[in-house]
Design a protein around this ligand. Structure first.
Ligand SMILES: Cc1cc2nc3c(=O)[nH]c(=O)nc-3n(C[C@H](O)[C@H](O)[C@H](O)COP(=O)(O)OP(=O)(O)OC[C@H]3O[C@@H](n4cnc5c(N)ncnc54)[C@H](O)[C@@H]3O)c2cc1C
Length: 432
């Protein structure tokens, strides 16, 4: 039987292994961490459960819904999504564009005037153009362009719009007016309800796949030799493969390959991705927020987004406690890290108090920081052309790539899993 090797035991690697297994083949996953799951991993300590960044499942794929449900013995929470925004002391329902009620009158008037006068047919060369054409200048400049700086770590003018999908809701004038005049508006977020395991955090959804797969942990691949069809691990040992699927981030994958062309190395170096410092906090109270997650726009707040894991499942915290996960974004290309992850903890706690979510009287039960080196692919204006060069080279040398960082896209967990499955299917279709 040919040797099928997979780099990475995240959603994509598990998707690939699952497909091989379903077709009657065995594949080996090599994972550099000492735990599986990649970004879908969960960490439990002192009774607090935190995922590697907030993770919920809102897949519409019935087969995956069913596999996730079977994994947890059908013990999952089905939660109605509730999201809000914090801007200069105002708490606004999400999405802000159709929930302007309560914002300063002058700002609302300017937003409405600009929306009515916007040039909806303007030429779109970048994300900033799209925002101005969709929402008008005042709203675009005040909310999404400011959020872009914090989340994508760069300017909207430097980004394309290939990642948008359903992410930014485009209301009509009536919806905007209604949301400016009334606090009560229909829910229009693209995530309406979501699922989350009752016990064990997000990774519990992957139990079936983890059982199917042959996974070797603590196996960091440091070199790929295409002529020998071999891979070297950090401990110097080697393994042979006939077919390889990688879910490692593309810049890292290229650096593992012996002597790639200079143009490919340069293209890989232009690919941008954010890093995320997670600050996980536990306090002795659960009534912290009404929303499961909140977007923060202000520059003087260190975090970009907060989520509340105890609202995903009550078993994510000790009884009576509440938990908060803060996301703070950096990127090598646009906003290099200016402090150690641990140094983000006191600033986060101070900012949580400043916006009123944590009170002076609350008892801090838990705090830690965690670095996610690859978080969100940045769709800057260099991405498409650079990606074409990198993917073209991998196609030429026969390395399959999958997942968020192999496809270099904005994949959710289900899409990453499906892309791993597609890579395995592609290999098998050529063999059989
Ligand atoms: C902050 C954040 C929040 C998110 N929230 C959601 C959400 O709510 N819902 C949702 O559906 N999706 C969410 N996502 C997206 C989701 O995390 C991804 O789609 C998915 O987990 C990516 O899986 P992957 O297998 O492609 O990559 P990864 O999970 O990164 O897996 C790649 C694996 O490869 C391993 N690896 C890398 N290099 C090597 C090497 N040299 N040798 C061996 N192993 C290696 C890594 O250790 C890793 O385990 C979120 C992502 C982020 C960053």
């Amino acid at each position: 039987m040919p040797q099928f090797a997979i780099i990475g035991a995240g959603m994509a690697g598990l998707g690939a292994a699952h497909r091989f297994y379903q077709e009657g083949f065995e594949a080996t996953i090599y994972e550099k961490n000492s735990h599986p799951g990649g970004h879908a991993a969960t960490f439990v300590k002192d009774g607090f459960t935190f995922d590697d960044g907030p993770h919920i499942s809102f897949t519409k794929n019935k087969r995956l819904q069913s596999l996730f449900a079977q994994s947890v013995g059908y013990a999952y929470e089905r939660v109605k999504a509730s999201t809000n925004n914090y801007w200069r002391g105002y708490w606004i329902k999400h999405p802000a564009q159709c929930n302007l009620y309560g914002l300063p009158t002058d700002l609302v008037v300017e937003i409405l005037t600009d929306f009515i006068q916007r040039d909806g047919n303007a030429k779109i060369s970048n994300y900033q153009d799209w925002l101005h054409a969709s929402f008008g200048k005042t709203f675009a400049d005040t909310f999404p362009m400011q959020y872009t700086r914090k989340f994508h770590t760069t300017e909207a003018a430097k980004m394309d719009i290939n990642w948008l999908g359903p992410r930014l809701y485009q209301p009509d004038l009536q919806e905007i007016l209604r949301g400016a005049l009334s606090p009560s508006t229909p829910d229009v977020h693209y995530v309406d309800h979501f699922r989350y395991p009752s016990q064990g955090g997000f990774i519990a959804f992957l139990k079936l796949f983890l059982e199917d797969a042959r996974i070797e942990l603590d196996r960091e691949i440091t070199q790929i030799d295409l002529r020998q069809k071999s891979m070297t691990f950090a401990n110097g040992k080697q393994t042979h493969f006939d077919h390889l699927i990688s879910s490692a981030p593309l810049p890292e994958l290229i650096s593992l390959i012996k002597d790639p062309p200079a143009a490919v190395q340069q293209a890989a170096a232009r690919l941008a991705c954010s890093s995320c410092v997670l600050v996980n906090v536990g306090i002795d109270r659960s009534d912290i927020s009404n929303a499961q997650w909140t977007y923060f726009y202000d520059d003087d707040y260190i975090f970009t987004r907060l989520s509340f894991p105890h609202m995903l499942s009550p078993h994510n915290v000790p009884q009576g406690a509440g938990s908060i996960q803060a996301e703070i974004y950096y990127s090598k290309k646009y906003k290099p890290m200016d402090r150690r992850p641990d140094n983000c903890i006191p600033i986060t706690i101070q900012d949580l108090k400043r916006c009123g979510l944590v009170k002076e009287s609350d008892r801090l039960l838990y705090s830690e920081s965690r670095l996610v080196p690859y978080a969100n692919v940045i769709f800057d204006l260099e991405r498409a052309a650079s990606l074409k060069i990198v993917h073209g080279y991998l196609d030429e040398i026969g390395i399959h790539y999958a997942g968020r960082y192999g496809q270099w896209g904005y994949h959710w967990t289900d899409e990453s899993f499906l892309s791993g499955e597609a890579a395995a299917k592609d290999i098998l279709s050529r063999l059989l």
